[in-house]
Write a protein that binds this ligand. Structure first.
Ligand SMILES: Nc1ncnc2c1ncn2[C@@H]1O[C@H](COP(=O)(O)OP(=O)(O)OP(=O)(O)O)[C@@H](O)[C@H]1O
Ligand SMILES: Cc1cn([C@H]2C[C@H](O)[C@@H](COP(=O)(O)O)O2)c(=O)[nH]c1=O
Length: 203
């Protein structure tokens, strides 16, 4: 039996983590066996790489390699075994984030990212990707009120405009996989839009 692999995407401060938790509760109530996880991270090794990625300066190739190294471990140790036993995996970010941040944000070679994606994922893709789309100014205001910024969150507004455009290109290239949620407004409004979109997909 194969489970369901759902990823949550968006720029920093878009609200992914807030809504992932409530989707997990809702799916559990509906009887699904849910695994909540995140990238970079999700295993001891990948969480160590996350610390480096979020705090240490490095060049774009190093950054891309570390992101995919973390993903490889995460897939082998957590995601694939969970899916093989029929569980539902909710993952806060996955490879669309790499194309958006390293590709569009940093300007790193998309062909190299595509090759790394093929090696690391061996054809495995999410079944569904929920992209919370929020203007970078709105996301920045939310984060400023919430916490001290990490290495990515310190980037200027223009970086997040490029990241947003990178997500848009990924969504255009694979429209059947993406659900785009307007992440602006109160949490309850966003949650209602999300619930409607998921119900439309039988979730
Ligand atoms: N609709 C909303 N309106 C106002 N604030 C919100 C809304 N949704 C989330 N927030 C707040 O914005 C902040 C960022 O939300 P959250 O951590 O869910 O975003 P995220 O997309 O997971 O960000 P990151 O990728 O940086 O972790 C939190 O303080 C959260 O409480
Ligand atoms: C998976 C992934 C993540 N990032 C960046 C994007 C975020 O700023 C951080 C951490 O994620 P969080 O959602 O804020 O916890 O990592 C990236 O640049 N490339 C990736 O592939």
């Amino acid at each position: 039996m194969s489970g369901l692999f759902i990823t949550f995407e968006g720029i920093d401060g878009a609200g992914k983590s807030t809504h992932l938790a409530s989707v997990a509760d809702r799916l559990r109530r509906a009887g699904r066996d849910v695994v909540q996880t995140r990238e970079p991270g999700g295993t001891a090794l990948a969480e160590s790489l996350r610390e480096l990625l979020l705090q240490r300066p490095m060049d774009p190739l190093t950054e891309a390699l570390l992101v995919f190294a973390a993903r490889r471990d995460h897939l082998r140790e957590v995601i694939v075994p969970a899916l093989q036993s029929g569980r539902t995996v909710l993952c806060d970010r996955f490879t669309d984030a790499t194309f958006a941040y390293q590709g569009a944000g940093r300007g790193f070679d998309l062909g190299v990212l595509a090759q790394l994606e093929r090696w690391v994922q061996e054809g495995r893709q999410p079944d569904l990707t929920v992209w919370f789309r929020v203007p970078p100014e709105v996301a920045a205001r939310r984060l400023a009120e919430a916490r001290a910024p990490d290495r990515f969150e310190q980037q200027p507004l223009e970086f997040f405009q490029r990241v947003d455009a990178g997500y848009a290109r990924r969504a255009e290239a694979d429209p059947g996989r993406f659900v785009i949620i307007d992440g602006q407004g109160e949490r309850e409004e966003v949650a209602a839009r999300l619930a409607e979109a998921l119900e439309a997909r039988g979730l």
